[in-house]
Design a protein around this ligand. Structure first.
Ligand code: CP
Length: 343
């Protein structure tokens, strides 16, 4: 794929060599994300960060990634505070905002909305999540994390065994992650969900067409035994028309340290796109896992910064200039974590 000027709307745009190029660019972002080096390569550029649906990490991660490359961020947060609420079309909004920005990130509750927006934009648009459809940057940071976790265990992505757990029907992160895994070889995917919240058929078909082994089950504990990665997800209650139906699934697939110790290999990595639902009735990843060194959920969010910096650097065609635009750092934050401080 040609990164410069590209919209990032779906994982379907990527080939395996694109992923490799982006991940190696993300590796180079580490010292800037750690604030041991400073670059101003995007000085003067503006990111329009348009989040028409709730977000904590995707919005702040995209914004911070742009700032760390020297750019500035303008934001619109929530449908109620935008003129979409007055009946303005996505296309008009895109035309206007792309006059103010060099690149736009957008999240919106409707599937396909970000692609519609992009069709009227004069600048690249990155999909920060469109309804239950896709969340490409999350899948990219998830796979980048998987690669790093496996590397530490002397393994590669090819041959990965992964269990995806929870709301696989509405969970856009697992849709994008499965599309991404279809680019690799010999993957075993165990899909653990209530029958009503099964992964969409076309995504299961994509995995099988890639030659991957797909197992579908409602039984959490027996699915944990032979996987390298347990990828848990939240019930996407905001996608249900009847909240009581969402509530009926809550807490169905809880993972805690006792279950992990009994059923998982001691090296099994635990992932979640976050937010995890920590309410007592859900408690999908128990806080007693927080001391487990294989809990990678905060390594995922840290890696998200690197992956989003890499996306901006490649799309705005400055990846080769990042080191050339370094400046001296005049401040020091002793509380910033170093890589060795990670959980
Ligand atoms: N993973 C993720 O999309 O988190 P936010 O909803 O907080 O952005």
């Amino acid at each position: 794929m040609d990164f410069p000027g590209a919209h990032i709307l779906s994982i379907e745009q990527f080939q395996r060599e694109d992923i490799e190029r982006m991940f190696r660019t993300a590796d180079r972002m580490e010292p800037y994300a750690q604030r041991t080096r400073l670059t101003r390569v995007l000085e003067g550029a503006i990111l329009g960060n348009m989040f028409f649906e709730a977000s904590t990490r995707t919005r702040i991660s995209f914004g911070s990634a742009f700032n760390l490359l020297g750019g500035e961020v303008r934001e619109s947060v929530g449908m109620d505070s935008s003129s979409l609420i007055k009946g303005e079309s996505l296309e008009d909004t895109a035309r206007v905002l792309s006059g103010f920005s060099d690149v736009i990130c957008m999240r919106h509750p409707e599937s396909g909305s970000v692609a519609r927006f992009a069709s009227a934009s004069r600048v690249p648009v990155l999909n920060g999540g469109d309804g239950s459809n896709e969340h490409p940057s999350q899948a990219l940071l998830d796979l980048y994390t998987i690669e790093k976790e496996l590397q530490a265990r002397g393994r590669k992505i090819d041959g990965l065994r992964v269990a995806m757990i929870g709301d696989l029907k509405y969970g856009r992160t697992v849709h994008s992650l499965c599309k991404l895994l279809s680019l690799y070889k010999g993957i075993q995917v165990v899909l653990v969900s209530p029958t009503e919240l099964l992964m969409p058929e076309e995504i299961i078909a994509l995995l099988r067409e890639a030659g991957h082994r797909v197992t579908i089950t409602e039984k959490l504990e027996e699915s944990l035994a032979q996987v390298d990665i347990v990828y848990s997800t939240r019930i996407q209650e905001e996608r249900f028309t009847d909240r009581a139906v969402a509530d009926s699934y809550r807490g169905r697939f809880r993972l805690n340290q006792a279950i992990y110790t009994k059923h998982c290999d001691p090296n099994t990595v635990i992932m979640h796109p976050l937010p995890r639902d920590s309410r007592a009735e859900a408690n999908e990843l128990d806080r007693d896992l927080d001391e487990n060194p294989n809990l990678a959920i905060f390594r995922q969010t840290d890696n998200g910064l690197l992956v989003r910096m890499a996306l901006f650097a490649l799309i705005l065609d400055v990846a080769h200039l990042v080191e050339k635009h370094e400046q001296a750092i005049h401040w020091h934050n002793p509380r910033l974590l170093t890589p060795t401080d990670e959980q």
